[in-house]
Each structure stands twice: as C-alpha cells, then as structure tokens.
Design a binder for this molecule. Structure first.
Ligand code: SAH
Length: 213
C-alpha cells in the first residue's frame, strides 16, 4: 500500500486543519484505499467529507470522525484493540495499521463477511472480524488496551468496561435516549477507576442487541 493522491488530499483538507496531529494516524489514513470499503457506485465519493451508505442500513463513518476517535484512544504499536460495529471494516483497518492486533465484532452477518473479505484482500493479517453481538465485547481476547465502539447506546455496556485493560482507553457515542443528540465519550481506566471525558457531538447508528443474519 503506497500513499494515494486522494488520501493525501483528504489529510490536507479534512484532517490536519481540524486538529488531527498524530502523524501515524495521518499516514495510515493517507495510505489505506478507502474506495475498497464502499460499493462500486460510491467509489467517486469514497474520500468525501461525510458518511457513505454501505448497505444493510449502515454507513462508513466520515473520515474526520474515524481520525478523531482513533486519536482519542492513542493506539500504540503493542496495543490490542477491540472495535464494536466494524461495518465496512475501515476503522478496523486503520486500527490494524497502528496496533499489534485488532478484534472486530459486527452484528450483521453480511457486513461481517464483507468486512473480513476486504481486510484479507488488502493483506491486513492482524485484524479479525467476528459475527456476534459486540455489546458483550469479545471476552476471550480481553483485556483490551483500546476499545472503539462505532454505534451509539444510552449507556456504556458493563461488559466493555470489564474488558478494558488497566491504563486502557475507550471511545463510544452515548445519548441520554435513542432520539437525543449523542456525545462521543472518552473513558480511561486508571487504578481500576473509570475517568470519563465528553469529546464532541456525533451521529452514529444505534448499538442494537443480538445479531442479524
Ligand atoms: N466503523 C464502521 C462504521 C460502522 S456503522 C466503518 O468504519 O465503516 C455501525 C455498525 O455497528 C453497523 O455495521 C452495525 O451493524 C453495527 N452494530 C450495531 N449494533 C451492534 C452490536 N451490538 N454488535 C456489533 N455490531 C453492531
């Protein structure tokens, strides 16, 4: 994967001017071919400054949102990361460039299969996607240094907090009710206690219980 002109333009026009300063994240996002994660008819828009439909009623997040969530959890090269709601697989691919290993969980069977196929096609071998209810996390690989939740709920699921390592960081959109505005929260576990910071308002699809075929 080399740098691509559309990726570089996205970095210069959308990410750097809006506070994304982590060079590892900027490099990862400049290199990853975002067009691989969207349907053929949306390829023209793949680097645009907004979310794009990926089918099954879901979207690939706006580049800035992916970058800001990633920057908030400060992924390190030795880190184990969990993503809940992998959708297209793009956020998982970004994390895979920055972490040792990424465990992804997606409730929709078709998206889980498609996401895993894209990662394989791009040769990203340190990320896996499981078809399961991610609100329960993925306990067998826990604890995680980094958790990114890409769907919104009224509260942070207790299983995810349990699976966050000491010193770990988690980002998740939370709204007081499903039809209220969502805030992106950053949670850090320090000496067994959870510190919570509100980052900025976001708009994500809901975190649903159970799985879909
Ligand atoms: N990060 C994605 C965007 C995800 S959209 C990307 O980069 O493209 C949110 C995804 O969360 C959807 O695919 C939806 O199916 C999934 N989702 C919702 N509730 C879930 C749950 N309980 N467990 C796992 N995935 C869930």
């Amino acid at each position: 994967m080399g740098t691509n002109p559309r990726g570089l333009r996205m970095i210069a026009e959308q990410l750097r001017p809006r506070g994304i300063v982590d060079e590892r994240i900027l490099a990862a996002m400049a290199e990853l071919p975002r067009e691989e994660f969207v349907a053929r008819e949306h390829r023209r828009l793949a680097y645009a400054d907004h979310p794009i439909a990926i089918g099954r009623g879901q979207t690939i997040s706006q580049p800035l949102v992916v970058a800001a969530m990633t920057q908030a959890v400060a992924p390190g090269p030795e880190d184990l990361a969990l993503e809940v709601g992998t959708g297209s697989g793009y956020q998982a691919a970004v994390l895979a460039r920055l972490c040792r290993r990424v465990v992804g969980v997606e409730r929709d069977a078709e998206l889980a299969t498609r996401g895993a196929a894209i990662l394989a096609r791009l040769g990203i071998a340190n990320a896996e996607i499981h078809h399961a209810d991610g609100s329960l996390g993925w306990p067998s690989a826990a604890p995680y240094d980094v958790i990114v939740v890409s769907a919104a709920a009224v509260q942070v699921p207790a299983s995810l907090v349990d699976q966050l390592a000491e010193g770990g960081r988690m980002v998740m959109p939370v709204a007081h009710s499903q039809d209220r505005p969502q805030d992106l929260l950053l949670l850090r576990k320090r000496q067994g206690r959870l510190e919570t910071m509100t980052l900025f308002p976001v708009l994500f699809v809901p975190l649903l219980e159970g799985t879909a075929d």
